[in-house]
Ligand binder design. Structure first.
Ligand code: APR
Length: 315
């Protein structure tokens, strides 16, 4: 049978790191597409030249032409301008909205059956725009936010307790932004909820750090935003889909009235397999958790409206 193929639109730090993970984990062949001429070709060749050392035979192709992405199983949208000091939120939305809309349209035209994973920020908004532009069934479009936020929470729990990451599971739902909703009650060390292992003050500290995890990295790196953990997180989603693993991962997903919220993309645990999003889990929430989830959705809904208005005036 022909090899699985993943096309990554945007061969920047996140895109190229994801390409490396997919190829070196031997998950699929990879096409890296970027708007800059020569850049994705160079990145792809560099990755190809590592094959003899890493001992794999995956093809990595760099291109500026969407026809080279044809027949992909998965399209990952990692194109855009990253968050950095000096660029305001509105400008970021405007620039990335245009890039994501264009990329989704073009990519899906050449791979009409593909599953779309969006990484570009602001995540929940860009995922919605990608779905609209691609015009494919909702279960085939998802955003990578919750896996990363949960991974960060997981890491901070491990650092706090000094226990192995192998035992820790964390769950973060809601928007991929300041209003995200980390769920300590659903975060455990080998099944034991973390509130039995640390006090409320410590949990609150870790929750806050998780909420601002992206900013913390930008603050340190200055000229870049995070890319290793984002690439790892996206890779997990790719793997679950390609190999029909049915992993239950928090993703930005189209809501059909969960907790009374609808017609936006927002983070909830999803079962990911061949079909894309195969199930959305509406887990039991306390009043406070539910209110926080709904609140994060309101901001996303508002931003989607703004982004659509911007796109309209631009065209
Ligand atoms: N089509 C294809 N590629 C594009 C386009 C476009 N229209 N516009 C920009 N790009 C490419 C850039 O040329 C660049 O190579 O997208 C890439 C973005 O890479 P980086 O600037 O390195 O950004 P990165 O850190 O990878 O982040 C990408 O992911 O995590 C999010 O917030 C982050 O939205 C950002 C995205």
């Amino acid at each position: 049978s022909p090899s699985n193929r993943v096309s990554i639109i945007g061969a920047g730090k996140v895109g190229s790191t994801l390409a490396q993970r997919i190829a070196e984990k031997n998950l699929a062949d990879v096409v890296l597409l970027d708007i800059v001429e020569g850049w994705p070709q160079g990145v792809a060749l560099d990755l190809m030249e590592a094959r003899g050392v890493e001992r794999h035979d995956r093809q990595i192709v760099g291109t500026n032409d969407y026809t080279d992405t044809a027949n992909s199983n998965i399209i990952v949208i990692a194109a855009g301008v990253p968050r950095k000091p000096g660029i305001n939120r509105e400008d970021l939305i405007k620039i990335n909205a245009r890039i994501v809309t264009e990329a989704s349209k073009q990519a899906i035209e050449h791979s009409p059956e593909a599953i779309l994973i969006v990484i570009t920020n602001p995540l929940d908004i860009m995922t919605y725009l990608a779905w609209e532009a691609a015009d494919v069934p909702k279960h085939r479009v998802m955003g990578m936010g919750g896996v990363l936020d949960s991974a960060r929470f997981q890491t901070f729990i491990g650092m706090e307790l000094g226990v192995s990451n192998a035992e820790i599971n964390a769950t973060v739902i809601g928007s991929h932004g300041d209003l995200m909703v980390p769920l300590p009650r659903y975060s455990t060390v080998n099944g034991i909820p973390i509130n039995q292992l640390m006090d409320a003050g410590a949990i609150d500290r870790l929750v806050q750090r998780t909420r601002h995890g992206g900013e913390e990295i930008v603050g340190l790196m200055k000229i870049s935003s995070a890319y290793f953990a984002p690439a790892s997180s996206a890779c997990l989603m790719v793997e679950s889909i390609l190999f029909n693993q049915s992993r239950l991962l928090p993703c930005s997903v189209y809501l059909h009235g969960e907790y009374g919220v609808q017609d936006i993309f927002l983070g909830l645990p999803c079962r990911l397999g061949y079909q894309g999003v195969e199930q959305v889990v509406e887990l039991e929430l306390s009043d406070t958790e539910r209110a926080a989830f709904i609140e994060s959705g309101k901001l996303v809904a508002q931003n989607i409206e703004e982004a659509r208005a911007m796109l309209k005036t631009a065209s």
